[in-house]
Design a protein around this ligand. Structure first.
Ligand code: GAL
Length: 544
């Protein structure tokens, strides 16, 4: 059925529950605007610090307290950093007769009167007392990374949670932790299937959350093995998570140890950035994680530090700092806390950048759509050894070519003026220029859901100007709980999308995704299906 009007001017039709609907849908043509449905807030990528890169297995209560204090005193907490994440090395694999984790009481002493040494709740209370959140770490297998190849110190077996998932994640929640990173050294060694194992863990986390009422944010760390972007969104029913897409940028650089001479490298940063780009999986609160930033560690110049966080921000990556927060230079601190850059990272659409052009073997233009219509963060990235003039065209950004767009330099904080159809700048060798372009949104075509029998809900004959298209989904979910639907595009592997509550009033809300609509003409097929919960009622999709 051809829908002749913009969805926002069409009469509200009775809600159709996706589970009951099969719909063959066509689109309106040449609509000028995306649906006016209000943007539903989704969880932003986490921001904080992790102990691994600068402290390796030497993490203890003293280090965690110092770093938490520094997060506040440096102004990082004010800028949005909140997690203090304790990584590998906090636990040496010991359990009591009931299987409960036992930690070294000297490394984790009482911090206040009435506390018991060896209780991880002490450090959590301390971190919370500073207004911050606390993260903890384990392995999905029986043994953790420090068994296989400890970075510093002896090898410790049994430093993993396999066989104790229920018990360990409940313990983490009871201690009060807010975040848990689950590594894959043991899982890898045992040749386990990460999609199955991490789903089990997500379910253990959900049970721990429902018993304690305490939320544990889930960080999956299996270095991109078995393509987690294909299974990690909503794995085991989780409503928000991050998953690593590659190995570590650098092995830990720990002061006053044999590893103090290691160097972070700029090619390493670029390499992890490249491996982290999977825009079709990054939506509705699910994020690719290219690793902790090495910004501020030895080996990178100030300019490279700026490029580093620009890359993380444009890809909407978790901003987790690996440097020693007590030793940051003023320049590094300014780079880490730049509000305009952080705003790009934390933008409410939660989308990832897409490479919109590439020329001259290493001159790349990246664009991230922002939540204000017509706004894009654009990175002109020069990976070559020579300075180069680089240009971005409004049409490549999906903006109207006919009207001028204003350009602001993000790092200089300077308005550069209004430009017709394109902007160009000279970008130094191995450097980047980051700008915000504010123009007029290009045309969207809205495809309305109508007619119904059984699922899946299929939008057929969908056309797109861009290969990786931005798609706005207008829907209702009257539940307080987030609902989910699986989207399959052109028969490829599906991604699971979160649809947070839109409230009880039946007023549609909207979220955004990016999909590879690679079929020419109006030949793309998008099929939504549900399972487990009733699913959202999808009203329409608007495609750029
Ligand atoms: C790696 C992980 C690092 C760190 C380390 C601890 O597998 O990628 O981020 O957690 O283990 O041993």
């Amino acid at each position: 059925m051809r829908i002749p009007k913009e969805m926002n001017s069409a009469p509200v039709r009775p809600a159709l529950i996706l589970a009951l609907a099969v719909m063959i849908l066509c689109g309106t043509e040449n609509l000028t605007a995306q649906s006016a449905a209000r943007q539903i807030p989704i969880p932003p990528p986490p921001m904080g610090w992790s102990s691994w890169n600068s402290f390796s297995n030497t993490i203890d209560s003293q280090v965690a307290m110092e770093q938490a204090k520094a997060m506040v005193s440096t102004g990082m907490a004010k800028a949005g950093y909140q997690y203090v994440n304790i990584d590998e090395g906090w636990w040496l694999g010991e359990r009591d007769a009931d299987g409960n984790i036992v930690v070294d009481a000297k490394a984790w002493p009482a911090l206040a009167p009435g506390e018991r040494a060896g209780d991880m709740a002490n450090i959590v209370r301390y971190i919370h007392g500073l207004g911050l959140k606390a993260g903890i770490y384990t392995d999905a297998g029986a043994d953790g990374c420090s068994f296989m190849g400890p970075d510093l110190g002896p090898s410790y077996p049994h430093t993993g949670s396999e066989g104790h998932y229920e018990q360990d994640f409940l313990q983490f929640a009871k201690w009060g932790f807010d975040y848990v990173k689950v590594d894959w050294c043991g899982g890898d060694r045992e040749n386990l299937d990460p999609a199955i194992q991490y789903a089990e863990i997500a379910r253990a986390i959900a049970r721990a959350e429902s018993i304690t009422g305490h939320r544990l944010y889930f960080s999956i760390c299996n270095w991109g093995k078995n393509s987690p972007w294909t299974w990690a969104p909503n794995v085991g029913g989780v409503t928000a998570d991050i998953w690593r897409t590659s190995g570590d940028i650098v092995a830990p650089i720990v002061a006053n140890t044999k590893n103090s001479g290691r160097m972070a490298s700029f090619p390493g940063v670029l390499n992890n950035f490249d491996q982290g780009i999977h825009p079709e999986a990054q939506h509705s609160g699910f994020y690719n994680d290219p690793d902790m930033m090495v910004l501020g560690m030895q080996g990178l110049t100030d300019a490279q530090n700026r490029v580093h966080i620009s890359l993380w921000a444009i890809s909407g990556a978790p901003l987790l700092v690996g440097a020693d927060l007590a030793k940051l230079s003023d320049a590094t601190l300014a780079t880490l806390t730049n509000p305009a850059v952080i705003a790009v990272d934390q933008d409410a659409l939660g989308l990832q950048a897409v490479k919109v052009s590439e020329s001259g073997n290493g001159l790349e233009v990246w664009s991230k759509a922002l939540s204000t219509a017509g706004e894009r963060a654009v990175l002109l990235l020069n990976r070559t050894g020579e300075a180069a003039s680089m240009a971005v065209n409004w049409s490549e950004l999906g903006l109207a070519d006919s009207s001028p767009a204003s350009v602001k330099d993000v790092w200089a904080g300077k308005d550069l003026g209004a430009f017709n159809s394109s902007y160009s700048a000279t970008v130094p060798a191995l450097d980047a220029v980051m700008v915000i372009v504010r123009g007029s949104e290009g045309k969207f075509t809205t495809y309305a859901a109508s007619g119904a029998t059984t699922q899946p809900l299929s939008f057929t004959h969908v056309a797109s100007r861009a290969q990786v298209a931005r798609i706005q989904i207008a829907y209702t979910n009257p539940d307080k709980m987030t609902r989910f639907a699986e989207l399959r595009v052109n028969g490829r592997i599906a991604t699971r999308i979160a649809f947070p509550s839109t409230g009880s009033g039946n007023v549609p809300g909207a979220i955004w995704i990016e999909s590879l609509l690679d079929r020419a003409g109006a030949n793309n097929v998008l099929s939504f299906s549900v399972g487990g919960d009733p699913g959202p009622t999808i009203e329409s999709i608007s495609v750029e």
